[in-house]
Write a protein that binds this ligand. Sequence first.
Ligand code: SF4
Length: 286
Amino acid sequence: MSARPEWLKVRFNREAVDEVADLMAKFGLNTVCREANCPNRGECCARRTATFLILGGNCTRNCRFCNIACGAPEPVDPEEPERVARAAAELKLRHVVVTSVTRDDLPDGGAAHFARAICAIRERLPGATVEVLIPDFKGDRASLDAVMAARPDVLNHNVETVASLYAAVRPQARYARSLEVLRYCKAAAPDGLTKTGFMVGLGETEAQIAALLDDVRATGCDLLTIGQYLPPTPQHAPLARYVSPEEFERYRRMALERDFRYVASAPLARSSYRAQEAVEAARARP
Ligand code: SF4
């Protein structure tokens, strides 16, 4: 892998990261920020934001871009949703983002646990908005219904990459199924916001990106993030190339032409990066 270009170099704010890590340890919680080794941790922790990772630290899938451990799933902790709410309150979050490992071992994929987390956050932080970044639940509609019944402000599900790269990058997922998750959730709550994200630099072409934008927008999706793929280790899917900031700006314009309500397209944009700003911008748009 060639040396990272300047635009991907960020300062690691150790003090802020440790402070948030201590708080999470106090509540016995995981964050995707740490598990995925997100490059934005310094900045997000300095703003006292983090994305909660529920349902354990081990994933039942083996996506080739992701740093989260794949292994034996852990027992579901019924107290976890309440601890998430308490930690969010201690961080004084006004927008709470919750995601999970994929739990194909659970009959509902963990949907009821997501719903409990949404309800616990609402109870403890009635003024906050709640975003859930969900797995595909194998497309199970009862699971999606369970999450949507808890009325998240933002339903986020990442398509992650273009259709042709699924077999290599997300072998246990299906492009069409992810699109259907977005379509179904938007239809279930037309006034709510849906959101997705994908990575570039995995070998996709611009024509494939245009097709992805068309496909995602056709589901009614409102918010979009586009970021640079960075292989966590040499064993992960190889990096095809670094995409320049100018090219990200071109993708942003391509997406805005398709009338997404909000688009973050930048080398270090991640699904939950400045998520509160995204919601506020989308809601402020006429
Ligand atoms: S961008 Fe998201 S995952 Fe990364 S540190 Fe910020 S909140 Fe965490």
